[in-house]
Write a protein that binds this ligand. Structure first.
Ligand SMILES: *Cc1c(COP(=O)(O)O)cnc(C)c1O
Length: 418
């Protein structure tokens, strides 16, 4: 399955230096030498995923990771994470079937979708996938009729600043409605075993986790008064996949989460703590290579000098391919960075706009960024492209999705059999 066996530097945090990863760049060069006209492609280094897992276990030993499959469901990724012994957060029947296929036991799966397709609840019942989330009464009614014996986890709204993260209105029971919902569940004799939340989006704000963990404690206590003895806390996803300058690192966030756990869920209570990281595991393992397929010059005035000249480039991958997650124009916020593959260090840079390959106006990747002048056929690469990229790619305009090439060091291949 793997195409080369480079020794990849330990790049655990996937810090911005990641794009210097010589092994990955070397393979990109080789792929282009084989076929300079190839369609966009990814180099995936599985060692990075292994390192992430080890780092997680080291920094948050109390929190068992359940990888969120929806973030990146490519087979080698799922296989690697299964071999590492992590659990999985699945959003549908198809996802838990994929994971079960890799020999993962149902005890390593949480079906973490608060509003499930009834058909998928039936499938979960048949497979014995018996840990699932809910956040409203209608879901309880559905579950009562389709899988009354399952264990349930109450998904609550996280304590985040309004507007900062996206899930606030979509999912999660409001704090002041949890008691009533738990009473309903009790009346229906359903087994609620714990509380979950998901911050939604990459979160550099430890306070959001800390405050929500404190709220979970309150709900554990409310549940006790109703007659439930909760044993599971699920702190969701949202962990950064690489370090961003000036922002807290994963290590910082982990440290603060540990502090909150020790305060509100002391070890003696034996509450099982899990999380649902998606982005964290896969983001820095994927580097995308794409090329310039079209070019235009834009002049700001009739007698514009070179310095006022800007360029417009059309690239071989865009919003309808790997970059959907950047909609609407979140490239800067998300720190997507485009690098030129060939050495153009000493060349002057120009303002430029990057478009994708389709005919759809939203297909714009970046505006007002600085790059040396590029020619049609030049290649660019973008590091940290593992999260919500391949899973969302379409073939809109008949443009094929990027290819994927996987790398793993001998050690990792031997250790995991991937
Ligand atoms: C998408 C999702 C995750 C993963 O989120 P990341 O930000 O990629 O870590 C975890 N839990 C739930 C419920 C999700 O919907």
């Amino acid at each position: 399955m793997t195409t080369a066996r480079p020794q990849i530097a330990q790049d655990i945090e996937g810090h911005p230096g990641h794009y210097n990863n010589q092994a990955v760049l070397k393979v990109i060069q080789e792929k282009i030498m084989e076929d300079k006209d190839r369609r966009p492609f990814y180099i995936v280094h599985l060692d990075d995923i292994v390192n992430k897992h080890k780092r997680w276990v080291e920094l948050m030993p109390r929190v068992k990771p359940f990888y969120a499959v929806k973030c990146n469901n490519t087979e080698p990724v799922v296989k690697t994470i299964a071999a590492l012994g992590a659990g999985f957060d699945c959003a549908s029947n198809a996802e838990f079937q994929q994971v079960l296929h890799h020999g993962v036991g149902t005890d390593r799966i949480i079906y973490a979708h608060p509003c499930k397709d009834p058909q998928d609840i039936k499938r979960a019942s048949e497979e014995g996938v018996d840990l699932m989330t809910f956040d409203n009464e209608y879901e309880l009614v559905k579950i009562k009729s389709l899988f009354p014996g399952t264990r349930l986890v109450l998904r609550i709204c996280p304590q985040v600043n309004k507007g900062e993260y996206d899930y606030g209105e979509m999912y999660g029971c409001a704090a002041d409605q949890c008691k009533e919902l738990l009473e309903k569940a009790k009346e229906m004799t359903l087994a609620v075993v714990g509380v979950s939340f998901h911050i939604g989006g990459v979160c550099f704000d430890s306070m959001a986790y800390q405050n929500t963990i404190r709220l979970c404690r309150e709900i554990f206590d409310e549940a006790k008064a109703i007659g439930y003895n909760f044993s599971l806390l699920d702190i969701g996803g949202g962990f950064p996949g690489y370090a961003v300058k000036g922002k807290p690192t994963f290590a910082d966030v982990a440290k603060d989460i540990n502090t909150a756990l020790d305060e509100y869920f002391p070890k003696e209570e034996n509450v099982v703590v899990i999380a649902e990281p998606g982005t964290y595991y896969v983001q820095s393992a994927f580097t995308l290579a794409l090329r310039v397929i079209g070019k235009r010059v834009q002049r700001s005035g009739p007698s514009a000098k070179d310095s006022e000249q800007s360029y417009v480039y059309y690239l071989s991958d865009g919003i309808h391919g790997s970059f959907f997650f950047t909609m609407p124009s979140l490239v800067e916020r998300l720190n997507v960075e485009f690098y030129v593959l060939k050495e153009k260090d000493k060349m002057p840079v120009y303002q430029c706009t990057l478009w994708g390959p389709t005919l759809n106006p939203p297909d714009r990747l970046a505006q007002n960024i600085q790059l040396p002048e590029l020619d049609i056929g030049d290649w660019l690469y973008v590091p940290n492209m593992g999260a919500y990229t391949t899973v969302l790619a379409t073939s809109f305009n008949g443009i094929a999705r990027p290819e994927l090439f996987y790398l793993a060091s001998d050690e990792i291949e031997a250790e995991l059999g991937v």
